[in-house]
Design a protein around this ligand. Sequence first.
Ligand SMILES: *[C@@H]1O[C@H](CO)[C@@H](O)[C@H](O)[C@H]1NC(C)=O
Ligand SMILES: *[C@@H]1O[C@H](CO)[C@@H](O)[C@H](O)[C@H]1NC(C)=O
Ligand SMILES: *[C@@H]1O[C@H](CO)[C@@H](O)[C@H](O)[C@H]1NC(C)=O
Ligand SMILES: *[C@@H]1O[C@H](CO)[C@@H](O)[C@H](O)[C@H]1NC(C)=O
Ligand SMILES: *[C@@H]1O[C@H](CO)[C@@H](O)[C@H](O)[C@H]1NC(C)=O
Ligand SMILES: *[C@@H]1O[C@H](CO)[C@@H](O)[C@H](O)[C@H]1NC(C)=O
Length: 414
Amino acid sequence: MKSQNQNILTSFPKIFNAQFHLLNLLLFFLVFASGLTLGIILSFSLKNFSFKLNITQFSVSSSSSSSSQSKIETSHLSSSSSSSSSSSSLTSAAPNNNNTVRVGLKEFLRPPSITHDMEDKELLWRASMVAKIREYPFERTPKVAFLFLTRGPVLLAPLWEKFFKGHEGLYSIYVHSNPSFNESEAEPVGSVFYRRRIPSKEVKWGSVNMIEAERRLLANALLDISNQRFVLLSESCIPLYNFSTIYSHLINSTHNFVEVYDLEGPVGRGRYSPRMAPTIQINQWRKGSQWFEMDRDLASEVVSDTTYFPIFQKFCHGNCYADEHYLPTFVYMKFGEKNANKTLTWVDWKFGGPHPTRIVRTDVTVEFLQKLRTGSKCGYNGNSTNVCFLFARKFLPNTLDRLLKLAPQVMHFR
Ligand SMILES: *[C@@H]1O[C@H](CO)[C@@H](O)[C@H](O)[C@H]1NC(C)=O
Ligand SMILES: *[C@@H]1O[C@H](CO)[C@@H](O)[C@H](O)[C@H]1NC(C)=O
Ligand SMILES: *[C@@H]1O[C@H](CO)[C@@H](O)[C@H](O)[C@H]1NC(C)=O
Ligand SMILES: *[C@@H]1O[C@H](CO)[C@@H](O)[C@H](O)[C@H]1NC(C)=O
Ligand SMILES: *[C@@H]1O[C@H](CO)[C@@H](O)[C@H](O)[C@H]1NC(C)=O
Ligand SMILES: *[C@@H]1O[C@H](CO)[C@@H](O)[C@H](O)[C@H]1NC(C)=O
């Protein structure tokens, strides 16, 4: 229709005569009007084409024919891929029959199966990768990764189940338990712990391979790009607040929570080995609880530490207790500034000795839990707060029924 009109227009000046100006102009309008009518009739007769196609053709009709062709193709592709299920769309959206599979960002970011077969060396290397562009090119809801380092099962699992309920998408769970821990004792389908056990190795409590287990947990969690904060917990840990409170406290924190202090005497500096020098000096040797909470940046640094950890592997044995010194020393030496230097996990050392007080059933009262929740003062993001601890240990399994009973009232579990 358009080219027809153009033909008339170009041939028109040849027969143009000033005397017949009015007549010719009238003739032109007559021809134009009939052309327009013809076009409208034609388009009505072609109405059998799908409405969608008509719209697409109309919207691109102003551009040249070759580019409009490609526009129709891409718009068709994008509409078909967005209507199919999100999991398959990225791989199935091949642009032609050319064996070229389009691997989208989603596919690239998908973490491997939790039961992957990577060796530690492979796992740590993969987890050490960091995006240099700090801004994410997609919507990212940060998650808190809960890392359970246990011997056997998570003893207070029913309490944790209640804690996590209704907050799917804001957390992920990883469990590192003794590999001899039996499949028959596995968590049931429907549990938040179901199939959350990572490939694990035997852990001797207090030894260097405890740090290896912690790094294994961190590395597995780092493979999920959504994980932003990382909490290490034991089987005897409980939450002191509901999920929402703990989530905001962690996500909004400007600091990491790795306990760091300097201690003279046999259980502090006395555990340092001069063979660690010059990489680690005695005045850099630090102590602290292993139950950390850290952000993604520090977690990446811990899994990719090839300087300090090998020193511990070589020289920290027996009475050295790597679990109490590696992280505090490493963080103090390299990342002290962003560290709160305290742990978020309450524990009672008031009776001294090598092990903290174990909390039994009769200890668990409203007053006791309230004291742990708000009974002290400390810093948070450069401000003062009475929320010093988000978690507590060491709670024996016989505390479970009381905790379940008091959780809604004291900890505002829903
Ligand atoms: C296949 O893709 C390549 C690269 O995109 C292109 O050069 C080639 O022409 C394509 N072949 C067919 C048959 O589409
Ligand atoms: C696991 O189960 C097997 C077979 O029932 C048993 O022989 C083994 O001792 C169990 N291991 C542990 C650690 O309980
Ligand atoms: C972080 O703090 C800000 C300001 O107090 C608040 O608006 C926001 O909801 C907090 N974020 C989370 C995840 O709680
Ligand atoms: C923690 O200690 C480091 C020194 O090791 C210091 O730079 C940092 O400011 C301390 N953090 C806080 C919150 O005081
Ligand atoms: C510190 O806390 C006070 C009282 O809760 C609040 O008004 C103030 O905005 C906080 N300051 C910062 C820097 O968060
Ligand atoms: C969580 O606990 C806080 C008090 O710590 C309470 O204000 C809030 O309503 C609770 N959130 C939910 C979702 O129950």
